[in-house]
Design a protein around this ligand. Structure first.
Ligand code: FES
Ligand code: FE
Length: 422
């Protein structure tokens, strides 16, 4: 038996015990139950477009390499030499024919197979290279999103994403006429628990408060678009801890409403694009540049947040790494991609008007939660008028905490899966 805590007592339908942000035993259990036995997002297809391309990243606390082999197949492998455990690759991304461990020179192929061992004669009869590949994780992909898991028995990625899949498809319409590609990232850490960030992705309630300085920095038309509290938007539970928060319903499907007027802030860009594109094409590209009108939270570590990916990685019970990955149109107009980058920097950038304010709030949640362990964290906003759609999805108004409740329900399912199976 493990010494994991009894987490059932920490969560109710509308509240959580504040210790879930700071109890190291809960954290260790999460690393095991959630980050080892779930699908964890590791890369976008465009991060490794060609054979030989690789990136290094993490699945929970485990360093991994994501590579594309000669046949085009994607592999996710532990970044751990089978000899004496050194990481075999420290580059963030690159292109290679093999991974050679820097310690004693064991060489692995793009699929993780152990190909070469220096001075192998020293291992008389004791080294079967076929039995010592880099340890591979299970890998599956949906619409360019690549996920991995250590668990060979959990449901397929397709089933796991389930009702979130149509929203992923809508999100990818930001490629306009082209596939979506990643365009670089920046990362930072905040001194708080990973779930504080997870909660934030479908938290519209904070937007006009925390992001007042951002709203003050944009033109009136943009400010009006972003004044969505009390509007027609909604938050919907998509199952398995996933949820979507629709802030701007007109921007859910970027292929619709193409006749809508071009916002003033994009007029110059429209003129530039008009040199090479028809008016219809320009409208579609401009809508894609502005991003989707929703945040999609994919439990536990990926947010498809209006116009970018936000990836969280727990570093400890009270420290979390966040990566903001800009996305654009792969093969699309340079001017459009530049415009997307500028918009990204304006809110998400390290000097942006949005993210630094969010990070301050998350830091405060962590510190505040340490005061009064018996005081719950409330997750009940919008629960009184939550309703059910025909497909069984729960939904409520845009500022409801429906997405957080969905995530915590799945959190408890994952944390207690082993007991329930017994
Ligand atoms: Fe990798 Fe020795 S630890 S070759
Ligand atoms: Fe925010």
């Amino acid at each position: 038996m493990t010494a994991f805590p009894d987490v059932k007592s920490l969560l109710e339908a509308d509240r959580a015990d504040g210790s879930i942000y700071s109890n190291p035993d809960v954290y260790e259990m999460e690393m095991d139950r959630i980050f080892t036995h779930n699908w964890i997002w590791v890369a976008h297809r465009s991060d490794i477009p060609e054979s030989g391309d690789f990136i290094t990243t993490f699945v929970g606390s485990h360093p991994v390499i994501v590579s594309r082999d000669r046949k085009g197949q994607v592999h996710v492998m532990l970044n751990r030499c089978r000899h004496r455990a050194a990481t075999v690759c420290e580059q963030r991304h690159g292109k290679t024919a093999s991974f050679v461990c820097p310690y004693h020179g064991w060489a692995y192929g793009l699929d993780g197979a152990l190909r070469g061992v220096p001075h192998q004669d020293g291992y008389t009869g004791q080294l079967d290279k076929a039995k010592l590949p880099l340890v591979s994780l299970r890998v599956e992909e949906y619409n360019g999103l690549i996920f991995a898991t250590f668990d060979k028995d959990i449901m397929s990625l397709d089933a796991w994403l389930g009702k979130a899949k149509p929203w992923i498809d809508l999100f990818m319409k930001q490629g306009a006429y082209w596939p979506v590609k990643t365009m670089g990232e920046h990362k930072f850490t905040f001194p708080g628990n990973w779930k504080i960030q997870l909660e934030n992705t479908t938290d519209a309630y904070h937007f006009p408060i925390v992001h007042k300085s951002f709203l003050d920095s944009v033109d009136k038309e943009t400010e009006d678009t972003l004044t969505f509290l009390g509007g027609e938007g909604y938050v919907e539970d998509l199952g398995h801890g996933h949820s979507v928060m629709v802030m701007i319903p007109d921007l859910v499907d970027l292929d619709e409403n193409l006749e809508a007027p071009i916002p003033q802030r994009f007029e110059e860009l429209a003129e530039e694009l008009g040199k090479d594109h028809s008016p219809e094409e320009v409208r579609k590209i401009i809508r894609a540049v502005g991003g989707s009108g929703f945040n999609l939270n994919l439990f536990p570590n990926l947010a498809c947040s209006m116009a970018f990916f936000r990836v969280l990685r727990p570093l400890s019970v009270s420290e979390t790494e966040i990566r903001h990955i800009a996305i654009g149109m792969d093969g699309g107009p340079e001017a459009a991609n530049q415009a997307r980058l500028r918009l990204h920097e304006h809110f998400q950038g390290p000097m942006g008007f949005g993210t630094p304010d969010d990070a301050e709030a998350w830091d405060r949640v962590q510190r505040g939660s340490l005061a009064g362990r018996d005081i719950p964290v409330l997750l009940n906003r919008g629960i009184g008028h939550e309703a059910e759609r025909e497909n069984g999805n729960l939904y409520s108004d845009v500022s409801a905490e429906t997405g957080m409740r969905a995530a915590y329900r799945q959190w408890l399912v994952a944390m207690t899966a082993e007991e329930n199976a017994e």
